[in-house]
Ligand binder design. Structure first.
Ligand SMILES: [Mn+2]
Length: 291
């Protein structure tokens, strides 16, 4: 009798009290089966700016696992932050996520870009499992050597591409070396950093021409260094293209396109368009529930 009464009481209570609101929440993101890659390259995240698509990037970082993660520059936008602090929770979450990825054993290499150049002095150092570097050489599973660089060193070359073609090889090399000095002088004079990516946005008409000049300049440097390919970012334009003997890879950005470059375990390289994937997944909610 008593036991019955007690059971009844519990049942009554259970029906009377509304279920907690978390009961219908989706599984934590960590429950999602992850896609595994040998290597992932992402760049141009621009944390600290309104343009940064942190939510989509977090979704991506929660969906993948890899042996090596390359952050190919312009991860934190120091230039923008200097003008005014903008740091929402989601940007913190990106930093925490990357630190966690490093903590779990992924080798994380941070190649410094022009927007996070304040970190350039620390190239060679490691923080929280993340190694800072100016550039790196990556060897793919099928034995190809890739130069990893942000790409801002080619800004000047691209701007004067037509002149340099006319002036020849030595002028070209000189311009490439002068780029760093030119920006240092601009900085001294209190002028803003000149970058091709922002320049492209204002010059839509000639954008294709500049993108081509950039790709050619990067491939040319890679060929000179004797590598099989080059991975860069900077111009916010994801691409895989064979230029002469060199394969040019650009991992895109997380402001406009939301793309990453990935290497499978057999060395196959692919560009992942995460905004496209996100849209496709949203259309198939039942698929998401299963796997
Ligand atoms: Mn850049």
């Amino acid at each position: 009798m008593l036991r019955n009464a007690a059971t009844d009481l519990i049942i009554d209570k259970a029906t009377a009290i509304a279920p907690p609101d978390w009961i219908n929440h989706p599984e934590p993101r960590s429950f999602r089966p992850k896609s595994k890659y040998r290597t992932i390259w992402i760049s141009d995240i621009h944390l600290g700016t309104k343009g940064c698509n942190a939510e989509l990037l977090l979704d991506f970082l929660h969906s993948v696992e890899c042996e090596t993660l390359y952050l190919v520059g312009d991860i934190i936008d120091g230039w923008r932050l200097k003008k005014g602090w903008y740091w929402p929770d989601s940007h913190n979450e990106v930093v925490r996520r990357i630190l966690k990825i490093a903590h779990k054993g992924t080798r994380v290499v941070f190649i410094v870009g022009n927007h996070d150049e304040m970190l350039r002095d620390y190239a060679g150092f490691s923080f929280g499992g993340i190694t800072l570097a100016q550039e790196a050489i990556h060897e793919t599973a099928d034995g190809k050597r890739l130069l990893i660089t942000h790409g801002d060193a080619f800004d000047g070359v691209v701007l004067y591409a037509r002149w340099l073609a006319f002036l020849g090889d030595q002028a070209y090399t000189l311009m490439l070396r002068a780029n760093v000095w030119l920006n240092a002088i601009r900085k001294r004079l209190g002028m803003p950093y000149w970058s091709l990516s922002s320049y492209l946005k204002k010059r839509v008409k000639n954008a294709v021409q500049y993108v081509c000049a950039f790709e050619d300049a990067v491939a040319r440097e890679a060929a000179e260094r004797g590598v099989d390919g080059v991975v860069c970012g900077h111009i916010h334009c994801a691409e895989i293209r064979q230029i002469g003997d060199v394969t040019y890879y650009n991992d895109g950005d997380w402001v406009e396109s939301c793309t990453a470059l990935v290497e499978a375990f057999d060395g196959t390289m692919t560009i992942l368009d995460w905004s496209e994937m996100h849209r496709a997944r949203a259309k198939q909610p039942q698929m998401q529930a299963v796997g």
